[in-house]
Write a protein that binds this ligand. Structure first.
Ligand SMILES: *[C@@H]1O[C@H](CO)[C@@H](O)[C@H](O)[C@H]1NC(C)=O
Ligand SMILES: *[C@@H]1O[C@H](CO)[C@@H](O)[C@H](O)[C@H]1NC(C)=O
Ligand SMILES: *[C@@H]1O[C@H](CO)[C@@H](O)[C@H](O)[C@H]1NC(C)=O
Length: 435
């Protein structure tokens, strides 16, 4: 295991070595298969380190216009919009973190923090329940000259709704670990943020949409809406550590019923993407949203960062599969990587979708110093080849987006393990016009 202390989540291999479960399953082909599998992995949340109170300023949008122009440059202010925004528990308020920089450059970043999709996951605190600002590290680092977004104005949507900012005020009667009523209003939280932001920014030379972990899913869900709302000469989507490897058949139901995405502030964007009917029919997937968004915004690179064997994405796959009783319940690293590659192959016809693959099981890079260390051979780098930060800077500054992967090129029938690179995905380069 190679997970950081202070990472968003720690994957706990609780009792995996001792406990086993026997699963019997009948295929439609009448073959009865009995498999002994390891006990499911149990997630436990280890929230990110919290910035001390006093380490940032706050502003109440109900009492003030919270103008960016009046906030100190390169420092964090958390704005609380109030209204119909809320965290999954009403005890805490939703807010967003603003770091003023150049007025014509904007980085809209969705913070990660797990996911809650049913009563059990909510009770088990699988999602962060309160909004707190991130330390100014990783891509929020204002002192690191290697950060290509060091001069951007940053608006980070803090994540406390457990729904990847997808749900339209969903109240399923679940309770949180503290016994509060759980309501997921991620769409309302994002919508209030963008309503404020529309009054704050003018013409943009550069707009970057990003997110890590669940925030990567949110950036995919909201990308089209944001690109439409904030016209910019240059656009980029940077999607860290959530490609969307989900158990078969779960996404459609989650996106129409559990985190209702077909209604609410996102509905207009889904209609513009031609996905409103698929959503209502329970057919939506995040891959369909991404593909339609990348098609509609063909001038923007959509750049994924993905560990080949991301332990947290794999763990969420397994927890969700168990909840939805979707086979298989467990994935090997090799199977996880294979499914990720199938998704990337499905998106590969889009010239503007690229990715940076990192060997190993690390989850997320952009929120802390690893973004300056990682290369294709691992989160600590040192293996040669283009580093992660150079890849990001090349997209940001040179406007050349490439697919990077360290490992032997293999054709699909020979895929095995989790260090190879799919030959069909290799050497992709996208140079957006309109620089
Ligand atoms: C940030 O702004 C400074 C001062 O204008 C400039 O020297 C530097 O090159 C800029 N960095 C980036 C990455 O845009
Ligand atoms: C939803 O999926 C089903 C089965 O794949 C298909 O028959 C149907 O046409 C789809 N509906 C929409 C609106 O995409
Ligand atoms: C990719 O580029 C490398 C270096 O230029 C080259 O050796 C390799 O053959 C290329 N692979 C494919 C699949 O085109």
């Amino acid at each position: 295991m190679d997970l950081r202390i202070g990472s968003l989540l720690l994957l706990q291999l609780a009792a995996a070595a001792t406990a086993t479960t026997t699963v019997t399953r009948t295929r439609t082909t009448t073959v009865t298969e009995t498999t002994t599998v390891q006990a499911p992995r149990i997630f436990r949340f280890e929230p990110r380190p919290r910035m001390e109170e006093g380490g940032y300023k706050t502003c109440d949008l109900q009492r003030s216009e919270c103008s960016i122009a009046k906030m100190p440059r390169d420092e964090s202010t958390v704005v609380y919009p109030g209204g119909d925004t809320r965290c999954i528990s009403e005890k805490t308020a939703y807010g967003f973190q603003v770091i003023p920089g150049d007025g014509d450059k904007l980085l809209v970043f969705f913070q990660g923090g797990g996911a809650c999709w049913d009563a059990a996951s909510t009770k088990r605190s699988m999602c962060v329940e309160d909004a707190y600002p991130s330390y100014m590290t990783g891509l929020l680092d204002r002192a690191n000259a290697k950060n290509p977004y060091v001069n951007h104005t940053v608006v980070q949507l803090l994540y406390c709704s457990g729904d990847a900012f997808a749900a339209d005020a969903a109240d399923h009667g679940w309770t949180t670990a503290d016994g509060d009523r759980a309501v997921q209003s991620g769409q309302q939280n994002a919508d209030a943020t963008f309503a404020w932001l529309r009054g704050q920014v003018g013409a943009l030379s550069d707009l970057v949409i990003g997110g890590d972990s669940a925030g990567s899913l949110a950036a995919q869900a909201w990308g089209n809406a944001i690109f439409d709302m904030f016209p910019a000469a240059r656009k980029t989507a940077l999607l860290d550590s959530y490609l969307g490897v989900f158990p078969d058949g779960c996404q459609g139901n989650v996106l129409s019923e559990v985190w209702p995405m077909c209604t609410g502030p996102l509905a207009t964007s889904l209609a513009a993407l031609g996905l409103d009917r698929a959503c209502a029919a329970g057919n939506l997937t995040i891959q369909k949203v991404l593909a339609a968004t990348a098609t509609r915004h063909a001038d923007a690179p959509f750049a994924f960062i993905q560990s080949k064997a991301d332990a947290v994405q794999k763990g969420f796959f397994e927890s969700i599969a168990l909840s939805f009783k979707s086979w298989p319940f467990l994935l090997s690293d090799s199977k996880f990587y294979e499914r990720a590659n199938e998704i990337l192959l499905g998106l590969d016809a889009l010239p503007n979708v690229v990715h940076y693959a990192v060997d190993g099981d690390m989850h997320t890079f952009t929120e802390d110093g690893l973004v300056y260390e990682a290369d294709g051979t691992g989160p600590k780098g040192g293996g040669g080849g283009r580093t992660l930060i150079d890849w990001i800077a090349r997209i940001a500054v040179d406007r050349v987006a490439t697919t990077e992967c360290a490992g032997a090129l293999e054709d699909e029938p020979k895929w095995s393990g989790s260090t190879y690179c799919p030959r069909a995905l290799a050497n992709k380069t996208f140079s957006p016009t309109g620089v």
